[in-house]
Design a protein around this ligand. Structure first.
Ligand SMILES: Nc1ncnc2c1ncn2[C@@H]1O[C@H](COP(=O)(O)OP(=O)(O)OP(=O)(O)O)[C@@H](O)[C@H]1O
Ligand SMILES: [Mg+2]
Length: 287
């Protein structure tokens, strides 16, 4: 069977200019191709560029250098409306900060991506969203708002929302970060299951080696540079360079996240996702 390359990054770099006029290189020389049905895990320390990379793969952000291709088409050449539509139909994000709509019930949050679908997907949106919430173990909390839910419950609502459209590309940023080991394991099973039902590609960012081990291919990001990561090999050379010590360090750093610029970016990204499935961009869901 010929593999269809869903998304490809070629020579991608991302840099920003900080307020003091210095340049911050966030990502450098990234080449990565992700096929339908692929499962890729990316690990790395806090601040190494993981969320930035995910936003590029999901076409929420544009690279400073290099090119992004979606199903063989250069993203750079796509008009805004078309890009939003493409993203709305094909990409399911599980944001690191969840980005749920405050004051709206879990059901409303999960239904949101189907609100502008056509035909059966539209008419059965309530049932589809309910079923997805049941699958993440929240069938009894349909009417609860994010404010009334724990971090782990909100994370599961965010996962249900990302999966409800059966996207071709699922991008999950620390999808088990707020979950206990058992719930995290179940949620990863669900992500795998939904991905394989739809032959979707799944990209998981994680600092949990057990979560990473579920993937077929493994990479690590180190100060913006992506390289293959062998989960089976103990680290060699400088222990801070690879392997469990580095990952353990990243766990510590992630322990008590403070609000950062990244939060603002994630919020903007959520707004963009919502825009991508707005009235002018109807979403079609394969039934
Ligand atoms: N728009 C921006 N302006 C300035 N700095 C930015 C911007 N976007 C990202 N950064 C910086 O780039 C680096 C990488 O950010 P990113 O959010 O991708 O890291 P991460 O690997 O996801 O980290 P974490 O594990 O903590 O979530 C960070 O130092 C961040 O502050
Ligand atoms: Mg991040």
């Amino acid at each position: 069977m010929e593999l269809v390359t869903l998304v490809r990054l070629e020579g991608v770099a991302k840099h920003v200019v900080l307020p003091d006029d210095t340049r911050l290189d966030i990502l450098r020389g990234i080449d990565l191709a992700i096929d339908a049905g692929d499962h890729v895990a990316i690990v790395g320390r806090s601040g190494s560029g993981k969320s930035t990379l995910l936003n590029l793969l999901g076409m929420l952000d544009r690279p400073s250098e290099g090119a992004v291709w979606f199903r063989g088409e250069p993203v750079r050449k796509m008009r805004r409306g078309r890009l939003d539509r493409l993203r709305g139909r094909n990409v399911g994000f599980v944001f690191q900060q969840f980005n749920l709509l405050a004051g709206r019930s879990a059901l409303e949050n999960v239904e949101m991506p189907l609100a502008y679908a056509s035909g059966r997907a539209f008419w059965s949106r309530r049932r589809t969203a309910t079923e997805m919430l049941e699958r993440v173990g929240l069938g009894h909390r349909l009417e609860s708002t994010p404010e009334q839910m724990s971090g782990g419950e909100q994370q599961r609502v965010a996962i249900a929302r990302a999966l409800v459209r059966r996207p071709a590309l699922i991008l999950a940023d620390e999808p088990t970060g707020a979950l206990d080991v058992d719930t995290g394991g179940r949620v990863m099973e669900l992500l795998d299951e939904i991905a394989s039902e739809a032959d979707a590609a799944l990209v998981t960012i994680t600092h949990d080696l057990h979560v990473a081990a579920r993937a077929r291919r493994h990479f690590r990001l180190d100060a913006g540079v992506l390289s293959p990561f062998d989960l089976t090999q103990p680290s060699s050379g400088d222990p801070s360079e690879a392997g469990e010590p580095a990952l353990a360090a990243s766990v510590d750093e992630l322990g008590s996240p403070a609000p950062t610029r990244k939060d603002a970016r994630d919020a903007a990204a959520a707004a963009s996702v919502t825009a991508g499935i707005s009235a002018q961009n109807p979403v079609e869901v394969p039934s």
